[in-house]
Write a protein that binds this ligand. Structure first.
Ligand SMILES: [Zn+2]
Length: 206
């Protein structure tokens, strides 16, 4: 997504590029603030910064500190939680239009446990015989349930009898992840979908 846009806007004005990128970054930040860590946001911002630096260099005949400073500026940003953040190299136009950064969005943690939930109770056989979308051996599911103490590693909630559970490759197989226990985890089906979307998005960003 981001990578393609930057490429597409290779010769466009800086303001056009920023206006195009901001809604993507904002939307992504809001959507994922409940599930990813601060480190993920910082990593994404760094990756984007590298791409924008390359974008800037490609349009300067000879890149210099002064030339870069026409595109990157010092700015103090007021965050939504009232805190201030000083940015040393913020991608910003002369007129003050600046790029939004993922890590300005506070990470939200949902700690609510549904009152009707009957958490996983240690009955391995019952739980292991349940199936999600991925066909899996009950033994493998039982092992993972035990390791995760009955909780989904994505949202942190206990699995309940009404949940659909799936086996996920922590490092996706398409990224070279292996089909072995230390690379497997159990997730709710909807959490699995979120994670897969994030995995794909991360691949586009990087
Ligand atoms: Zn979950």
């Amino acid at each position: 997504a981001i990578k393609g846009v930057i490429k597409q806007y290779k010769t466009a004005p800086q303001s056009a590029l920023i206006s195009r990128l901001n809604p993507i970054i904002r939307g992504w930040s809001n959507y994922y603030s409940a599930v990813v860590s601060k480190e993920t946001f910082i990593k994404l911002d760094n990756a984007i910064w590298q791409m924008l630096r390359a974008w800037t260099v490609s349009r300067c005949e000879k890149a210099s500190h002064e030339k870069l400073r026409n595109y990157f500026r010092h700015e103090t940003i007021k965050l939504s939680n009232g805190k201030e953040r000083h940015e040393n190299w913020l991608f910003q136009t002369k007129d003050g239009l600046h790029l939004f950064k993922h890590n300005w969005t506070p990470i939200v943690r949902h700690t609510l446990i549904r009152p009707d939930a009957t958490p996983y109770d240690g009955n391995w056989t019952y739980w292991a015989s349940r199936k999600g979308r991925a066909i899996d051996t009950p033994n493998r599911v039982a092992k993972l349930l035990k390791k995760q103490k009955g909780r989904c590693t994505w949202c942190g909630q206990f699995f309940t009898p009404s949940d659909l559970i799936e086996v996920d490759h922590i490092v996706p197989r398409s990224h070279g992840g292996k089909d072995e226990y230390k690379n497997l985890q159990l997730l709710h089906r909807h959490c699995h979908d979120d994670k897969t979307a994030l995995d794909e998005e991360m691949m586009l960003y990087s």
